[in-house]
Design a protein around this ligand. Structure first.
Ligand SMILES: Cc1ncc(COP(=O)(O)O)c(C=O)c1O
Length: 404
């Protein structure tokens, strides 16, 4: 057996994966235009409306409202839909903590519905048992860029009169049955934080096909103004949660490369799935055939349960990292996050600890992540990843170099 790099053997690779962000002349040109225009914020902006229009059109949405970040995007989407303090919002626990804190920011209460074992996305079968008189919304998460089952989620939301929000922070450009995410639900939100597939350092956007919701969101983000109103006319309570012209400039540049990068991630993601699918001890994540475009913000794969029960996930990560493969651990299941449990208790008077065994097991034992920049590498780099995974799995005594 080949010696592992962690034990002094030669690593499978030393070549670095592509850096993120990717940027160039387009960002530079848009940024300089903003700089020299002197219009960096306030009224009479150019880049921000241009970006909102392009981003909405790219996702087939009628309206877009930019915001300071993705977290606030979810908060404003919920508030625009009329969700208030004490109302309950159903969401998956296998997601970034902001999916939950965006509700808590104004006193709405997250309720966690477990994920599907094969897709790791919100399980529609787990939702209805959690609906109470206080439930007002479902926030689904297109985790890693894979759209969740919008067909069933829409049916459930409609049956119970709930608002359906898509947390699409990781899913710019992803498509479900040919239609882009973001406006499949009542509202959809995106993040432009620095790791995301288009990046302005920070930033976010809300999409919707409903003009009333868009106007309400716009007002909340613009200190309660109304679009056609005067500068000091505040019809609602709102805040200054606006993005700047500089962020919009960078994002226009980032969008110019998006199609090409999405195609590359999609090609490499599919190849990696083929290659990893041949390795004993590894399972790839099921891709619903109705996902017609995967955004691959993350590439997730899993240890087989027999391996996961006998080997520490951190040890697998250490071994793969030493072989030159930047896999990472990923989330802690939100239903077990003590800070969230304490905050929910302080608002409801109840210590609610929910069981979400699929998500908990995925976090603690099974699921490994690769980030989107890895999928911007070349075919031979995907082959290196599979080689390293095969080498490490063989070292763990899973007993085989491949399925027959
Ligand atoms: C699933 C998910 N939701 C929400 C957010 C919050 O976005 P932001 O960091 O822009 O506030 C992120 C990313 O950071 C995310 O990955």
């Amino acid at each position: 057996m080949e010696a592992l790099a962690i034990h002094g053997g030669a690593p499978v690779r030393t070549k670095p994966f592509p850096q993120w962000p990717v940027y160039g002349e387009a960002e530079e040109r848009h940024l300089l235009e903003v700089l020299h225009s002197g219009k960096w914020g306030g009224i009479g902006r150019v880049k921000l409306p241009e970006f909102e229009e392009r981003f909405a059109a790219f996702h087939g949405a009628a309206h877009a409202v930019t915001v300071v970040n993705g977290t606030v995007g979810i908060t404003i989407a919920l508030m625009a839909a009329g969700v208030g303090p004490g109302d309950e919002v159903i969401m998956p626990p296998y997601t970034f903590i902001a999916t939950a804190t965006s509700s808590l920011l104004f006193g709405a209460i997250p309720v966690f519905a477990d994920v599907e074992p094969d897709t790791l996305l919100l399980d529609p079968d787990k939702i209805e048992a959690l609906i109470t008189a206080k439930t007002k919304a479902i926030v689904t998460v297109h985790l890693g860029g894979a759209p969740s089952d919008m067909t069933r989620l829409r049916t459930i939301a409609d049956r119970h009169g709930l608002t359906l929000i898509e947390d699409s922070a990781q899913a710019v450009g992803a498509r479900w049955e040919g239609k882009a995410v973001g406006a499949l639900g009542d509202l959809g939100t995106f993040s432009f934080q620095s790791s995301k597939n288009i990046n302005a350092g920070e930033g976010g956007i809300i999409l919707t096909n409903d003009k009333k919701l868009a106007d309400k969101a716009w007002s909340l983000v613009n200190v309660g103004r109304i679009r056609e109103g005067a500068w000091y006319q505040h019809e609602h309570i709102g805040w200054n949660l606006r993005m700047t012209e500089f962020q919009a400039a960078v994002l226009l540049g980032q969008m110019s490369r998006l199609d090409e990068q999405m195609d590359k991630r999609e090609r490499n993601g599919k190849l990696l799935t083929e290659l990893l699918g041949n390795i004993v001890g590894i399972h790839t994540i099921r891709r619903d055939p109705r996902i017609t475009k995967h955004a691959y913000h993350l590439y997730l794969f899993k240890l087989d349960s027999s391996v996961a029960d006998t080997v520490d996930k951190n040890e697998v990560i250490r071994r793969l990292n030493s072989e030159g493969i930047p896999v990472s651990y990923g989330y802690v299941s939100l239903n077990r996050n003590e800070a969230l449990i304490r905050e929910i208790e302080s608002r409801t008077g109840e210590r609610r600890v929910q069981d979400c065994p699929i998500s908990e097991r995925a976090c603690q034992k099974e699921v490994l992540w690769l980030h989107q920049n890895v999928l911007l590498a070349e075919e031979e780099d995907m082959v290196d990843i599979a080689k390293a995974v095969r080498k490490v799995m063989a070292s763990l005594g899973t007993g085989s170099m491949g399925r027959p």
